[in-house]
Write a protein that binds this ligand. Sequence first.
Ligand code: HEC
Ligand code: HEC
Length: 472
Amino acid sequence: MKKITIACLLGFLLLTIIYLPACKKNEVTSPINTEDANEEYSGGLLATTFDFSENAFGHEVSGLQGTKADDFVVGNSFFRNNWVTAPASTTARDGLGVMLNAQSCGGCHSKDGRAAPPESPTAPLNGLLFRLSVPGTSPNGSPNPEPVYGGQLNNRAILGVTPEGYVSTTYTEETVNYPDGETCKLRKPTYTFTNLGYGIMQADFMFSPRIANQVMGLGLLEAIPEATILAFADENDADKNGISGRPNKVYSVVSKKTELGRFGWKANQPTIMQQTAGAFKGDIGITSSLFPDENLTPAQAALYPNLPNGGTPEIEDVNLNRVVFYMRTLAVPGRRNTNDASVIKGKQLFTQVNCVGCHKAKIETGFDIIPQLSKQVIRPYTDLLLHDMGTALADNRPDFLATGTEWRTPPLWGLGLVKTVNGHTTLLHDGRARNVEEAILWHGGEAEKSKQAFKQLNKAERLSLIKFTQSL
Ligand code: HEC
Ligand code: HEC
């Protein structure tokens, strides 16, 4: 009995000694993508859609029922359908303008997606708009509006009112050389303000071109705890990796206080509610309880004493709330091709050249009243912070705390489906990049090191990295 036990023990020890190193070796060679369980659920388990058709950005989170499902549908209709000039029989949807850029939200965010910039000097602006200001700030810290034209150029107006003007876009090309001899052409836009309807602008006016971005997944971004975003910031670059990142702090018309900025290309809006109400006023000319005044500067209002009005306010709170609910509950498309060897390689390279220094892969949301957004592991590929991106991308126009060279890291989820949904692949705040490669090569400032590391990769590696971004 005793002998057998000892023999067993010895045998076991021997087996352990033989097999232990073998086990360790196996662990090391296991495929990397199995370490990231559920990585295809970019918007978490309840707010990811696997419809990869042209409607990929337009789905609701799973499990909306009853009045919630109705709110989504009605919110969608107020987002997509055109507003009309007052007075009209459709009183819920009248009050267009008087100044405007488009007749509906969907006019710029087509299929909840992203606009492309004008390709010729006379092409319509569509989803490209121009923020305007003059030096200094208004008392709440926002940019100081241009005295006659206000904070945004409205290139359209209702019948009988002169539009503010038009902006003509031309491009000049330059060539970037890779160390391996390959080249890539970049195009830089130049803008000329024409047809100004109310005289010349103040000589030192500043402008910021901004393209309409895709709007899915925003409820999840709003549900990220403020502390998480602030923890990404490294304002004085204490870790000396060249990447600082800092939060924008912007004025909330609801709390009447300064809050963390999350939305817009410079994180210049604190909430989806304020961004939405701001768009109704600034882009379509629809007043709301948040922004009750018509979108006219005093100089313009004096010229038009009897303007039509679609109610006070023009969009009622119940419908504004539905549009906000719609914005908050648009699901994110899931990943494709996560097991493709080249995509897996590209994912490693994305980390290796430190794209993840700003485009943070994995974040957990905090508590949210919409359960599908609450406490979810999401993969937005953003830190929602401002970064100095260098002079080549600069608009030279401050926006709250954001300087003329700073931009918010845009989320990269859904990137590979923009072509399917919107029929183009243009990227960056003004749509100058015609594809992901060009977008990367425009990176400078805090992202200079990362861009240089990308340029040092061989061609196959660069293609893998780009292929990975296309799987997002
Ligand atoms: C004229 C084109 C245009 C129209 C019309 C328009 N938008 Fe936008 N939208 C933009 C642009 C440009 C931005 C980026 C704004 C910025 O950076 O300041 C944007 C940004 C947004 C964002 C923030 C996205 C993000 O990732 O931060 C939301 C939300 C949004 N729009 C909702 C709406 C809603 C709701 C409407 C209708 C009431 C609307 N938009 C109408 C052009 C438009
Ligand atoms: C220092 C922070 C930072 C780093 C590092 C960084 N990015 Fe970015 N990225 C940004 C910012 C900010 C923008 C927006 C710039 C603009 O629109 O002018 C951006 C834009 C992009 C866009 C266009 C997104 C859109 O919606 O238009 C892509 C694609 C992108 N980055 C990929 C990468 C890749 C790939 C890497 C690594 C090689 C990388 N980025 C490294 C901050 C960073």
